[in-house]
Structure formats: C-alpha cells, structure tokens
Design a protein around this ligand. Structure first.
Ligand code: XIL
Length: 471
C-alpha cells in the first residue's frame, strides 16, 4: 500500500511540475517486465555455446534482461549428466542454476526420460528390463535429487509418442526395454524425489489437432489415464517447432489447434506450456520483411494462448538469435526473435507490444496457482529460485524520456539524443503501422486513424514503450 501512495504522490507532483508529463519515471519495458505484469514466464534456452563462454557479451545481457525462465539446450540431458554409468556430471547444469539464481529466473529441467541423447552404455541394456528400470530410477534419483528445490519443473518424459501414427514411439530404448510403463514410473520416481517440482510430458507436433488420429489426441487419452490413476503429471509441454505455412504448404499446425489442446487439458487440471518455440522458414528461400512481419504475428498468436488460457503460463523460445539456432538441421531458417547480429526482429516487437496491450482478467494469478491433479499431495510448483532472498534482480534503468500526446501530435521530452529520436507505432496486435524519426522530438500523427496504439520511442540509450489513444 505504501508503495502505491508514494507513487501516486510522485505522479501527482510530476503532473503539477511537468505539465502533464506523467510518465517521466516509467522504467524501460522488457519482455520480462511485461511478462511479469501478465503473470507468465517468458524464456529462451541458454545455447550450448554459452556454457563454454563462446558467445558475445551482449547475448547474456539480452538473455537476462528479457527473460525470466531458462532451460539448458543440452546440458541437463541424460548423456550430459550421466555420461558413464553411475558417474554424474553436474558442472554445466550448476553453472546455469547459479546464473538463474543471480538473475531471479525460474529453471526448467530438460529432460529425464528421452530416447535421444542417451549414452551408449544405456543402449547396451536394451534387452534387460530389470537393469533398465534400475538405470532410469537411479538416474532420476541422482539428477532430480541434485537440483531439488532449484529446478522448478522437469520434462520427465520427452517425445515418447510416434510421429507417424498415434501410438508409442516403439524404437525408444526405454519403450523397448521396459514398455510404456517407463513413463508412469518416471513420473512417480521424480515426484518422490522432489514433490515440489512441476512435472511435464513434453513433445512436438502437438499443434495439429486433438482428434484421436493426431498426436495430441493420442496424448490426451494418456493424460486422462495418468490423471485417473494418480500419476503425478502437472503439465504438457508443447515444443512447438513449427514452420511458416507459406514455405511449407503442407504444414498443418496452428495456434488454434494448440489452444484446443490447452482447453482439453484444463478439464483435467493439467497445464499447457510452450517449451521450445521456433517458427522457421524453409532453408534456402528468400525471407522478406513482410515474411518476418507475418512470422511476428504467428509468434503473437501462440503468445495469446499463454496469455488467455488460465492453465497456460510459459512461453519459451528455443534460442535467442538465429545465428545459434538448431533449425538448420531441420532444413529451416530464421525461426527466432533476434537476427544473426542479435538485433530484435519484427517478432520481438509483436511479442513486446502484445504483452503491453494485453489486459489480464482481474482475478488471475496463474503462475502461482496450483493447477494440477488434486490426488497428488504436496506438489505445488513453488518457485524456489524466484523467492530466494539472495536473488539479484536485473537493474532496470529509469527511463530518462517521456511521451505525451496532444491532439494529433506526439511530444517526446527529457534527455533526447541530439542526433535523432525515432518513434514506431504499432496496432494492438503488434503490427507495425508507422515509423518516423527527427531530432526535435515532435511528431505528426495525423496520418493515423482513431484508436489505441502502442508507441516505442528510441533516443540514444533510451527506449520507452507506452500505449496511446488517438482521438
Ligand atoms: C536439440 C538441441 O537444440 C541441439 O543442440 C541438439 O544437437 C539436439 O537437440 N526437441 C528437444 C530438444 O526436446 O532437446 C532438442 O534440442 C530439439 C528438439
């Protein structure tokens, strides 16, 4: 309460002193600060190169400024954490957990039981069910135990469903050696070690409909069974590696289909998270500015699910910059929100603007709500990294500029760059509609029709984003 009064007083005196410039102390907004207002997590992986210090400094700067949840690209996988039987390797994972703690970020663990990136010594036990059960249990107990209370959520099982027809992935070492009960067991074992962690089933091609012939339809049947049997599953992670539909006419995924999965999961008290988003174009095709803007709209449509569905809380992108994206291996390109030079793409703007314009319903606080199987006791997803008292919050510089609209003129005041001040106007869906720059800080908006917009002002180091009404 105190804070509100102090702020109200400040704004009031500013109004008196500054002739209506009420926004002079608004901090520069980031994806992260806006996501926090909307009670969601927004994140990007830490690419493998980060762990060996092989990335430019501004990569980490961007990462911690813009995101509040983190996952390791490869460093918590089976082959990374138990390269030899019974010999565990936690150095890289620890490095990420420390980084997350220092920057007040939530940590996702990825992944415990997966057919890929499994060391050969495991594959050698393919025909020994009892041994494989022991191997998986021991792996989970050690890895989950090591990061207990620090990894807030785990992909317990990754990609266990076949891609071609709705059935289990029969080629997986875990499926072959143990049978489908490896899945149930993995959830139970993980929950036993860390009852506070949120536990997810994670897979791709889940944005292709929920009918029984589609992968998500098959998954839904399994989730129903798990929930009915008291298996501790709290979330489905949709990887959401999708392709721009203009370069792959046959790509059938859509945000609407993923939304229908979220709604079905809500009936079971299970969350939906977007865990590995990228929206690539086919390799080799020319990608125009217009294509990038359309890509931005697709990013925004997937974000809408997370903002609007009460059981959806996480929007995680599989990479920061196109330069270090894994997509080349899928014959795709340019699927992320920063370009090769770590400059934000139109997709970044659409996400930023949508986070700015979204008005959450009054009573939601979904990040902290327990949305899960009520038969599972004591498994509230507590965000231990966020709550820890020694977490250092990234320092947000107060903005040294402010903007004010009078009639059809936009005034930018404060410490303006002597060279040039740029304004960009977006509609409420984050589509760019107008931009111009000059050195005076006075802009004519008469070409813009009546309505609500978001304006971003860039002047020197300042970067202010604010909603305006044009009447
Ligand atoms: C990918 C990594 O990005 C690559 O560096 C690695 O070579 C292969 O794995 N689904 C997943 C992720 O669950 O773990 C994969 O990550 C991408 C697809």
């Amino acid at each position: 309460m105190k804070k509100t009064h102090a702020l109200a007083g400040l704004v009031f005196s500013m109004t008196l002193l500054g002739a209506g410039l009420t926004n002079a102390f608004a901090a520069d907004e980031t994806l992260r600060s806006l996501a926090e207002k909307n009670n969601i997590y927004i994140g990007a992986i830490l690419n493998s190169q980060w762990f060996s210090g092989g990335l430019p400094g501004n990569y980490e700067q961007i990462h911690k400024q813009q995101f509040n949840i983190v996952v390791a690209e490869n460093e918590m996988k089976f082959d990374a954490t138990e390269p030899q039987e019974g010999r565990f390797s936690y150095g890289n994972g620890d490095k990420m957990v420390k980084y997350a703690k220092a920057n007040g970020m939530r940590v996702r663990g990825h992944a415990l039981a997966w057919h890929s990136q499994v060391p050969n010594w495991v594959n050698n036990y393919r025909n020994d069910k009892q041994k494989l059960l022991k191997v998986l249990k021991n792996h989970i107990e050690n890895v989950v135990g090591h990061w207990k209370g620090q990894v807030a959520e785990w992909d317990v099982v990754n990609e266990a469903i076949s891609n071609n027809e709705p059935q289990w992935r029969t080629g997986s070492v875990w499926y072959q050696g143990i049978g489908p009960e490896f899945i149930d067991s993995a959830f139970v074992w993980t929950h036993a070690v860390d009852p506070d962690a949120e536990l997810c089933y994670n897979d791709y091609n889940l944005e292709q409909g929920v009918n029984p012939k589609a992968k998500a339809g098959f998954l839904l049947q399994q989730v129903k069974r798990w929930v009915a049997n008291g298996i501790p599953i709290h979330c489905v992670g949709s990887q959401t590696h999708v392709e721009d539909t203009t370069t792959d006419k046959h790509f059938i995924g859509s945000p609407d289909s993923l939304r229908s999965l979220a709604k079905e999961l809500a009936k079971l008290n299970v969350k939906l998270k977007i865990t590995e988003l990228d929206i690539g174009f086919k390799s080799g095709v020319n990608v125009s500015k217009h294509d990038l803007e359309r890509q931005g709209q697709t990013f925004r449509q997937y974000l809408d699910i997370i903002l609007e569905e009460p059981n959806a809380d996480t929007y995680l992108i599989w990479g920061v910059s196109d330069k270090w994206s894994w997509l080349g291996g899928l014959n795709r390109q340019k699927g992320l929100i920063y370009d090769d030079n770590l400059k934000p793409k139109p997709a970044f703007d659409s996400i930023l603007v949508r986070l700015q314009t979204f008005e959450p319903p009054q009573d939601t606080s979904k990040k902290d709500t327990t949305v899960k199987d009520s038969t599972v006791k004591d498994s509230t997803a507590k965000d231990s990294t966020k709550d820890s008292s020694d977490a250092i919050r990234p320092f947000a510089m107060p903005s040294s500029i402010s903007m004010h609209v009078a009639g059809r003129t936009l005034f930018v005041t404060g410490a303006l760059s002597t060279k040039s001040t740029k304004i960009e106007v977006f509609d409420m869906q984050g589509r760019p509609i107008f931009s111009t720059e000059n050195s005076k800080g006075v802009f004519d908006l008469s070409s813009i029709s009546e309505g609500f917009y978001v304006v971003r002002v860039k002047s020197g180091m300042s970067n202010l984003i604010q909603r305006i009404a044009i009447k």
